[in-house]
Ligand binder design. Structure first.
Ligand SMILES: [Zn+2]
Length: 380
């Protein structure tokens, strides 16, 4: 069952406050929203009638009146989200608070092109919904992360690397034609940044680096994802200094991605006769203390760190979180830290944390849930 969230205006703001765990009583809603108590009560009643909120503890009185506790209704709805990689897709069904009902990973070749890939994702969503969601609980929105640049105005993919057939494909329109629901399409590093930000509630400004087969970065400013014109945070095609020149998939020589991505390291290892099929294999080689792999990862970390040096001086983030499959190789973060500490201004690094990402491998799915809830509440 697909159904848009039946909320208007301030109802959406109140539902968001409860869904994100920031408010659990009418009094807290009034304080956080700035609305009058009577106005909050009216809208809460409407949300309860619509089956979106439930209120516990009503009518119990022991001495003073105990505040009744608001929570999402269990049947309020689910969100279906995906995080697409080159050879796999992670899929999740989340409730409106972003809590996963089920997450699973399936094989999926992005090089098969957008129609086949998106239809496979949608078929997988349908299977998971049939299996894990009680009948009558509506689907409220669908979203997917894309390992390439996404135009936030059109939700089309724009000149991606290693994604044949995807350029300018209307991803959101294709999914909306199947679901008639709010659709989120977002760069994967941006989703990871949005998910990671929830794990650093005390920190406002983050750079979240995704070091996997490719290299991406998402930027969180004042607690919110900063998209810019869509390519904000893209560090993959910054030119790095190197003795041996490598042509990047974008056509320019010596991009960071051409030297320091998982794909780049795999190609060097294969060139020296070491078999690797995926980025995780590089991590395994490092953990097995294979010197070629350790040296390559260390150099990759230093190059990423040198690029970050410029950005840390310029942006002064509170946190640089490093995730993605290559981040499991310990020398990567050590080398990034060393480069940033060596070259950045003391004021920029004084309270800076450079740390492994906290949200784990489902960061992008959790970020997709948070952003998709916003889209569903504004009816986009
Ligand atoms: Zn490039």
């Amino acid at each position: 069952m697909n159904q848009r969230l039946p909320v208007q205006g301030a109802q959406g703001d109140l539902l968001r406050l409860v869904a994100t765990g920031r408010a659990e009583s009418r009094a807290e809603l009034a304080r956080l929203s700035g609305l009058a108590a009577s106005s909050v009560s009216l809208r809460v009643e409407e949300l309860i009638d619509a089956g979106l909120l439930a209120e516990e503890g009503s009518g119990t009185s022991r001495g003073g009146r105990r505040p009744r506790r608001l929570r999402l209704s269990s049947g309020a709805g689910v969100l279906a989200v995906a995080d697409l990689g080159s050879h796999h897709v992670r899929l999740g069904l989340l409730d409106l608070s972003g809590a996963p009902l089920v997450i699973e990973e399936r094989g999926c070749e992005i090089a098969d092109g957008p129609q086949a890939t998106l239809d496979a994702i949608a078929d997988a969503f349908d299977e998971l919904l049939a299996e894990h969601v009680p009948p009558g609980t509506p689907l409220r929105g669908v979203g997917t992360g894309i390992p390439g640049p996404v135009d936030p105005a059109t939700l089309r993919v724009v000149t991606p690397s290693r994604m044949p057939g995807w350029n300018d494909f209307p991803v959101a329109d294709h999914l909306a034609a199947r679901y008639d629901l709010p659709v989120l399409v977002e760069n994967d590093a941006n989703l990871m940044a949005a998910g990671e930000a929830r794990w650093w509630p005390e920190r406002e400004n983050l750079m979240v680096v995704k070091a996997g087969t490719g290299i991406g970065c998402g930027v969180v400013v004042n607690g919110r994802l900063h998209r810019g014109r869509g390519a904000a945070g893209d560090i993959s095609h910054v030119r790095v200094l190197s003795d041996d020149s490598i042509l990047c998939a974008c056509g320019h020589p010596d991009c960071l991605e051409a030297h320091a991505s998982g794909a780049a390291l795999m190609s060097v290892l294969r060139g020296s006769g070491i078999e690797v099929a995926r980025t995780a294999d590089v991590v395994t080689l490092v953990n097995d203390a294979v010197p070629e792999a350790t040296s390559l990862v260390r150099t990759a970390g230093r190059r990423i760190g040198e690029v970050l040096t410029v950005l840390v001086n310029f942006f002064n983030p509170d946190v640089v979180a490093v995730g993605g499959s290559l981040s499991a190789a310990e020398p990567l973060i050590t080398s990034i830290r060393a480069a940033v500490w060596e070259r950045c201004l003391p004021l920029a690094t004084r309270d800076l944390e450079i740390a492994p990402a906290r949200a784990g491998r489902d960061a992008a799915l959790l970020g997709a849930g948070a952003l998709l809830l916003d889209a569903a509440l504004t009816g986009r």
